[in-house]
Design a protein around this ligand. Structure first.
Ligand code: AHR
Length: 494
């Protein structure tokens, strides 16, 4: 049997994984909002039209913050179309996803959802065709208690107390040709700086995220990041990274390449860390800019073509089914975020409901938790805290991204419990030995395993629990990691 060995030493830490790493994303796209979180005719709908079964699942997942309302959608969105009396609001075109936007859910409705789930928003402003002043007006509408136009408008619309939204995004994927109002790095860097300046003049407590490259595959990467940072470093608090992984060239025979996605993700994050440090030094700045990986996931592109459902409201877009292999890759991505906890302070799983989602809903019907629901939920519960360097011996395999380790590790302690995430990417069992050093008492307690004998099996409405976590007592000796399994190994520490 294959063997692996892991050493975790209490003295060798990376940083602190904050809860913000376990955030998610809701966009006006496909059936994420309409027919997802919002379905007034559903039997579980609350007084605002939000599905309580979805709200319960979001709470169970342990989502920290929710980025909203896009994504590509935000670059064509006028937030003023979505406020005021619902009967006075007019539908508009959602040009990002070729849908009709009924404007039934706008900022006030989303904030009701946010307050009910307990997940504060990361609110994105339109820097595609939107103006710096419109972004500043949105901050005034949401956060001020002044006797001025937009703050008064919020009160008139029924919300007396300011929402106090702290986290904001300066647009979305502005380097992408697919983006409404895409820009050159120079144009965007200047627009973002001026917008951030106005937004912070309105509310000095807010924190803003600059758009980095929308993926490491972009020809403009990583120059884009350097240029936009050089133009806006002093005004921003985070730079964003977006990354989705699937089979390269959609070729499902390239399993090894897909399994090695985390190698590329790790490199992408490291290069952005280096770029931030370079600009900090070049601009002689005293402040830090952190990373917000505000879109990441496994994405098998093209599963739901747009052409057959142009201009619908709750029409499907990019609804992926996630199997056990996807859950394993997903877990290595979440572990990679944790292993960069010194720089990554926010990360948003894209998305939350129906679109590339852990949670799937039926119209007027049931809710399904996909395979990726569980690693997110357990990671959110167990992987926030002090992150340790992991030193390991495991097999390796070749991939398009270079050599990858067969067993992926992350190790995090909350002071009382040390959790080791071990993802077996091999097609066979691996016997794992863990050495914990300098913990002054460290006893293995239990193992939570996510595994399916068929790596291609998915949860379905007919078989909703084909993949779910199982908690097991620890073995006396080596820990058996099943093929493509995700394991959270808990130790009690002193
Ligand atoms: O999450 C789906 C889309 O992917 C987002 O709208 C966009 O930002 C990214 O390209």
């Amino acid at each position: 049997m294959k063997k692996a060995k892991l050493i975790v030493n209490k003295n060798y830490t990376i940083g602190t994984a904050e809860k913000g790493i376990f955030s998610a994303f809701v966009e006006h796209m496909g059936r994420c909002v309409y027919g997802g979180i919002y379905e007034p005719s559903h039997k579980t709908a609350d007084e605002n039209g939000f599905r309580n079964d979805v709200i319960d699942a979001v709470s169970e997942m342990g989502v920290d913050k929710i980025r909203y309302p896009g994504g590509n959608f935000v670059s064509g969105y006028d937030w003023e179309d979505g406020i005021g009396r619902k009967q006075d609001r007019k539908p508009s075109l959602n040009l990002a996803w070729f849908q009709t936007e009924p404007n039934e859910v706008g900022v006030d409705e989303f904030m009701a959802f946010s307050e009910k789930t307990g997940c504060p928003p990361v609110m994105a402003v339109n820097l595609g065709v939107g103006s710096p002043m419109s972004a500043a007006h949105l901050v005034e509408y949401c956060n001020l208690d002044t006797p001025t136009k937009y703050a008064m408008l919020r009160k008139k619309n029924g919300r007396e107390k300011p929402y106090g939204i702290r986290y904001w995004c300066l647009g979305n994927e502005m380097d992408g040709s697919w983006q409404i109002g895409s820009k050159s790095a120079e144009e965007y860097g200047d627009a973002a700086r001026e917008t951030a300046k106005l937004m912070k003049w309105v509310d000095r407590n807010i924190l803003v995220t600059l758009c980095g490259s929308s993926g490491s595959e972009m020809p403009s990467y990583p120059e884009w990041d350097r240029i936009v940072l050089e133009r806006a470093y002093e005004q921003v608090d985070f730079i964003s990274l977006h990354k989705y992984y699937g089979y390269p060239e959609l070729d499902k025979t390239r399993r090894a390449d897909f399994l090695a996605s985390y190698v590329d993700f790790d490199k992408f994050i490291s290069v952005t860390e280096a770029t931030v440090n370079y600009v900090k030094c070049k601009t002689r700045s005293k402040k830090d800019v952190y990373l917000s990986v505000d879109e990441w996931n496994v994405w098998h592109k093209g599963e739901t073509p747009i052409e057959t459902s142009m201009w619908g409201v709750d029409v499907p877009r990019e609804e992926n089914s996630y199997n056990m292999l996807d859950a394993a890759v997903f877990s290595t991505l979440i572990g990679t975020l944790v292993n960069h906890a010194n720089s990554v302070k926010i990360a948003c799983l894209a998305q939350l409901v129906n679109v590339l989602a852990p949670i799937v809903t039926e119209k007027d019907g049931r809710l399904l938790k996909q395979s990726i629901f569980y690693p997110f939920k357990i990671a959110s519960e167990k992987l926030a805290g002090t992150v340790y360097n992991t030193v390991s011996e495991t097999g390796e395999f070749d991939s398009v991204y270079g050599k990858a380790r067969e067993v992926f590790f992350a190790a995090v302690s909350n002071g009382k419990r040390l959790t080791v995430l071990a993802v077996n990417l091999a097609d066979e069992d691996v016997a794992l030995t863990v050495e914990t050093e300098r913990f002054n008492g460290c006893t293995i307690k239990e193992i939570t395993e996510i595994y399916a004998s068929d790596p291609l099996c998915c949860n379905t409405f007919e078989s909703p629990e084909a993949i779910k976590p199982v908690t097991k007592n620890p073995p006396a000796g080596e820990i058996q990691l099943k093929p493509y399994s995700v394991n959270f190994i808990d130790y009690e520490t002193k």
